[in-house]
Design a protein around this ligand. Structure first.
Ligand SMILES: Nc1nc2c(ncn2[C@@H]2O[C@H](COP(=O)(O)OP(=O)(O)OP(=O)(O)O)[C@@H](O)[C@H]2O)c(=O)[nH]1
Ligand SMILES: [Mg+2]
Length: 395
């Protein structure tokens, strides 16, 4: 499109220059002056067109959406206009329905099928007042990872109100409103604090680095200046993966050599964030240590080091959880909260599991705000958590 526009422009401008040149000739001005004038004009136009082209180029969303756990750092590709860029492995881009709700519904398809699909099928055969039906519904909730405690609370309410339901739709409406009561709305970020520091934690492979990359991209798109601190220094690949995300999202990055002290990296990242006037500093951390150092002790040290440079930071300790690990996510949340004090949660890989009920279970057990949910590997698949939209998508 832009190319064809440029061609038309070039043709029009060229004709125009020829006309000017002819006028210059016809008025018996110096021949050479006319030619030099035409060349100069042509040069200016070509330079202007090149500038427009540069400004119009933006990286494709799927370029940024990858982020495999393992990757080869010298896996280079030739990017647009001869720029060499590294490929981030991940799922190949799949075409998904447009819009936040469309992507959410498509990502939560497996949970919807397992939770509401099965409840509908039970109620198509049995009455809700039937004890068999109630037992089966309880089983559906438990196997969808809503959690025992939350399931018990829901079942008690259903039993109390069962006589008022005239069909499956009534139960669905009731369940929707009851489940909604367990969900917690995300915390509002107070971006007047500059830099707003987010320390990202979680066990290995849950999606910390990918989530940081997607978040950095999201904040940059909102016009925020982001700096990422590579405090997972235990694997060279971890830093390289983060560097790719920083490059793609246009964020700054602070990194040290491999095996450097992660607490020192975090300190330097805050220092750089302050001096470069970044709006947001995101610190990546390791999920598993190859050394004998205890992970939680290491994380505490990183947190202390952040606070040393900015007394009110970190403003957020974001725990990333992998939905496919089911009830393990709850035990991880308890351990991290006890160890370093978690302020908010992100739940990834909801697209890869039928157990999306974990979102309800985790909110009800931890009473911590769920900030983001990951429903796929593409950039738009990390969404701010919206309790109403989430419930609508699984029913
Ligand atoms: N399907 C799906 N995959 C995801 C999602 N989020 C992350 N992943 C994938 O999960 C894998 C691990 O992600 P990483 O970001 O490397 O995880 P990490 O927590 O940083 O791992 P460590 O650095 O080893 O601790 C990658 O292949 C990601 O593409 C999601 O929402 N959906
Ligand atoms: Mg990582």
């Amino acid at each position: 499109m832009i190319d064809s526009l440029m061609n038309i422009l070039k043709t029009l401008w060229f004709d125009y220059i020829l006309e000017i040149t002819e006028i210059l000739y016809s008025r018996y001005l110096l021949e050479t002056t006319g030619v030099i004038f035409a060349i100069l004009l042509l040069l200016i136009i070509v330079l202007m067109l090149k500038k427009i082209r540069k400004r119009r180029y933006k990286p494709a969303k799927e370029d940024i959406a990858g982020g495999g756990e393992e990757f080869v750092s010298d896996d280079m590709g030739i990017g647009e206009k001869g720029t060499r860029r590294r490929e981030v492995p991940g799922e190949p881009p799949v075409s998904k329905p447009p819009g936040i709700m469309g992507r959410l519904k498509s990502g939560l398809g497996k949970t919807r099928q397992s939770l509401t699909g099965r409840i509908e099928s039970i109620l198509s055969e049995k009455s809700i007042t039937d004890s068999d039906a109630l037992e089966e519904i309880e089983e559906v909730l438990i196997t969808s990872d809503v959690g025992v405690e939350t399931t018990m609370a829901l079942m008690k309410k259903i039993e109390q109100n069962a006589s008022t339901f005239s069909g499956p739709d009534d139960l669905k409406t009731f369940l929707k409103s009851e489940m909604l009561k367990f969900l917690i709305h995300p915390r509002k970020m107070d971006l007047s604090t500059k830099p707003y520091v987010i320390m990202v934690v979680g066990v290995n492979g849950v999606g910390k680095t990918t989530t940081i990359g997607k978040l950095a991209h999201k904040y940059q798109m909102e016009g925020k200046k982001v700096l990422i601190g590579a405090a997972d220094t235990f694997r060279a690949a971890a830093v390289e993966q983060l560097e790719i995300w920083a490059e793609r999202s246009g964020s700054d990055i602070v990194r040290h050599r491999e095996n450097a002290d992660p607490a020192a990296v975090a300190y330097d990242a805050i220092e750089a964030g302050i001096s470069r006037q970044s709006d947001i500093v995101i610190i990546d951390t390791a999920g598993r240590l190859q050394t004998r150092v205890n992970l939680m002790e290491q994380l505490k040290k990183i947190k202390r080091s952040i606070t040393k440079r900015a007394p009110d930071a970190p403003h957020e300790v974001l725990l990333v959880l992998d939905a496919t690990t089911g009830q393990n996510a709850i035990s991880q949340a308890k351990a991290f909260h006890e160890g370093i004090g978690v302020t908010s949660l992100a739940m990834t890989k909801l697209d890869g599991t039928a157990k999306g009920g974990i979102v309800i279970g985790i909110c009800n057990t931890m009473k911590l705000p769920l900030q983001y949910i990951g429903v796929g590997e593409q950039i738009d698949d990390l969404q701010p958590f919206d309790p109403e939209k989430f419930i609508d998508a699984i029913f």
